[in-house]
Ligand binder design. Structure first.
Ligand code: HPA
Length: 269
């Protein structure tokens, strides 16, 4: 895959804008796009090799512009393993961002809450992850230009940023959750037995994204922070069936908080 060709294409479109923060907007969380000023919009389909999402709620646009004093590059929509993409495609944008000189990555997603202290509509700051359930995004020949063959994973999510982000979440919503995220393959929601197993393993929230991107971003030395919108309690916790409509409806309800949290957070960098 030609990361440099994609980066060159974007560079040509954005001229002298130098994004320092990249943010990936998860399911139903694209609302932040309205806050990006003086923005340049690039369709994923026009960028060489860039993967295009097939999921409703995931627009395929790269937005480059300003929030406060910061120049950011936002992915309005991402692609997932369950859509049939290889993890090299899922994570392709991360390496492109690194070639553009981006130093910080903010990952956002929708997830199911496993920790029974959580409730739908909460925001969980991710402090670690479990990647056992998907293959590694680094499987295959190592590209030494990005990072080492055997990367350390002892601090993927920046500790200082976890504290900062939690404070902002608390300020806007009155509460803040923190915990471990596990990425599953999907596209099925989990069974209640799977959720009990994940709880035993110490997982607080489950979803279908984020970990591959974090693995690649950690490999190429980006400073990472991640936040999950708990759109529903995971299977079997409440006596109800799950549907993607619940995910979208909760994301829609909390989008104002999400927008304010991220806007304020970006300005603290
Ligand atoms: N499971 C997996 N992914 C999800 C969920 C869930 O319950 N909610 C939102 N994304």
């Amino acid at each position: 895959m030609n990361y440099q060709k994609a980066a060159d294409y974007i560079k040509e479109k954005i001229g002298d804008k130098k994004p320092e923060i990249a943010i990936i907007l998860g399911s139903g969380l694209g609302v932040l796009s309205e806050d990006i000023k003086d923005k340049i919009v690039i369709n994923y389909k026009d960028i060489p090799d860039f993967p295009v999402s097939t999921v409703e709620g995931h627009k395929g646009e790269l937005l480059i512009g300003n929030i406060g004093e910061k120049t950011i590059i936002a992915m309005n929509g991402r692609v997932h393993y369950y859509e049939g993409y290889d993890l090299s495609q899922v994570t392709f944008p991360i390496r492109v961002f690194s070639l553009l000189g981006v130093k910080n990555l903010i990952l956002t997603n929708a997830s199911g809450g496993i920790n029974t202290n959580f409730r739908a509509g909460d925001f969980m700051v991710i402090n670690d992850h479990i990647s056992f359930f998907t293959e590694s995004a680094l499987r295959g020949k190592n590209d030494d230009t990005f990072g080492p063959r055997f990367p350390d994973m002892s601090q993927v999510y920046d500790k200082e940023l976890i504290v900062k982000l939690k404070e902002i979440v608390k300020k806007h919503t009155g509460r803040a959750c923190e915990g471990v995220y596990a990425c599953l393959k999907g596209p099925t929601f989990e069974t209640p037995a799977e959720i009990r197993a994940l709880r035993t393993l110490g997982v607080d929230a489950v979803g279908l994204s984020t970990v591959p991107e974090a693995v690649i971003a950690n490999h190429c030395g980006l400073r990472i922070s991640a936040i999950s919108c708990i759109t529903n309690m995971a299977a079997g916790i409440l006596d109800e069936k799950l549907s993607y409509d619940d995910v979208k409806n909760t994301a829609e309800k909390v989008k104002g908080d999400f927008r304010n949290i991220i806007k304020e957070y970006i300005c603290t960098y």
